[in-house]
Write a protein that binds this ligand. Structure first.
Ligand code: CP3
Length: 376
């Protein structure tokens, strides 16, 4: 692991060095990745945005696939040294400005007593599904902190291996997104059960979402106590809700979580497909709003209050595409944001398993080499 430590730090230092060599002259070029990330969360003007990618650890990396030959997915998630190793793999290779804890949103379900498995052929299987009021009552949100201690143990390992040059992010699923997976499992074509509960049995829906909200709050507090710089809430299924339902079924609960965290760390809310629900998202108290690739970053950025940052939003498929297309879209994205402080560069969703490693490298160097025109 010591080799890991040195090489992760060396990769980050090398990335910063080449950035300087590329001619970044402004004051902000002296920032570490961690400082740059936190400055972007506070909407400070920067020469170029910090960059990390959702699902940056995982199947696209040969070193991840090699570890998966020896260890099951849950073993990787639940063994602090292995979770730390997988978290560091993309940092070592690409020198991103932020590392995200390697885990899964379903850890919270497990913490409440509903376990999950990773199938040998791929994909997630819940041990059982929530089918009744009794199943919902049985969930024990008070057990989360104790059951997810493996995360509390992994985070300090990651922090000490990263040094202070790279930001460390924690995360959780939104209560709405978790409710869908816990009622229906992963990988269904259309999510209908949680929505059915929301429309037809609102009191039971609120009971479930209330429990999930307390569980997610405790889990994020645990991660903040264990040293993360910021946390992201993945509302990956926010977009299946109608514009009217979005506030009551998802945003409201995320707002409660963020309120309980009392500003202890910046919160990024990534609500996939939540077009037009910007007011509801801003009202959650998120410091950063994550956008998928289907909306214009600058257009949405212009509609949000100037103290709210945006994160995103390159089409993930570009990582599998011709490098010229990737470069052209990356530059368009960077240019579109040059007059809007508060941008964290990311994809509009996770890294696809077929991403080309040379495209990821190219993306990082394009973002790092970007210089806004002198007039800005
Ligand atoms: O971003 C990161 O690098 C951190 C790690 C991370 C994983 N899952 C690891 C993982 C994060 C942040 C997640 C979040 C997650 N998990 C979400 C929200 C983000 C999103 O993609 O919308 C969701 C919906 C899940 C649930 C989940 N996990 C499913 C449905 C699956 C199976 C389908 C799939 O993509 O394989 C997983 C498995 C999973 N979680 C993998 C990884 C790297 C794949 C594991 C493997 O094949 O080895």
């Amino acid at each position: 692991m010591n080799k890991t430590v040195r090489s992760a730090k060396a990769a980050a230092a090398k990335a910063r060095g080449s950035q300087a060599a590329a001619g970044a002259r402004s004051e902000s070029s002296a920032l570490s990745g961690r400082q740059r990330f936190l400055a972007a969360c506070r909407c400070r003007a920067l020469d170029h945005p910090p960059i990390w990618l959702m699902r940056q650890a995982g199947r696209a990396l040969p070193e991840y696939r090699a570890l998966k030959q020896k260890h099951g997915f849950l073993e990787l998630v639940q063994t602090p040294e292995l979770a730390a190793e997988v978290t560091l793999q993309p940092i070592r290779r690409f020198g991103f400005d932020a590392a995200i804890l390697f885990s899964d949103i379903l850890a919270v379900a497990e913490g409440m007593g509903q376990r999950y498995q990773f199938r040998d052929q791929g994909g997630i299987q819940m041990e059982y599904l929530l089918n009744s009021a009794a199943d919902i009552e049985r969930l024990d949100e008070s057990a989360v902190t104790e059951r997810l201690q493996y995360v509390a143990q992994a985070l300090p390992l990651i922090r000490s291996e990263l040094g202070d040059g790279t930001a460390l992010l924690g995360f959780a699923g939104s209560p709405w997104t978790l409710a869908n997976f816990m009622m229906e499992g992963a990988g269904v074509k259309q999510y209908t059960k949680a929505k059915g509960l929301f429309y037809s049995e609102p009191a039971l829906f609120d009971r479930l979402l209330g429990k999930l909200t307390r569980a997610v709050t405790d889990f994020l507090q645990l991660q903040i106590d264990s040293g993360v710089d910021a946390v992201q809430i993945f509302d990956s299924l926010g977009g299946v809700l109608s514009a009217n339902a979005f506030q009551r079924a998802s945003a409201r609960w995320m707002g409660q979580i963020i309120g309980s965290l009392k500003g202890r760390a910046p919160v990024i809310v990534f609500s996939k497909g939540a077009h037009g629900n910007w007011d509801a998202l801003v009202k959650t108290g998120a410091r950063v709003v994550g956008l998928d690739w289907t909306v214009g970053l600058a257009e949405v950025g212009a509609q949000l209050p100037s103290q709210v940052a945006v994160q995103g939003n390159l089409d993930p498929l570009l990582l599998c595409a011709a490098p010229e297309a990737l470069a052209a879209e990356t530059v368009l994205t960077l240019r579109s944001m040059r007059n809007r402080p508060g941008h964290i560069f990311n994809l509009g969703h996770g890294v696809p398993p077929g991403a080309k490693l040379e495209n990821i490298e190219r993306l990082v160097s394009l973002v790092r080499a970007y210089q806004p025109p002198k007039s800005c």
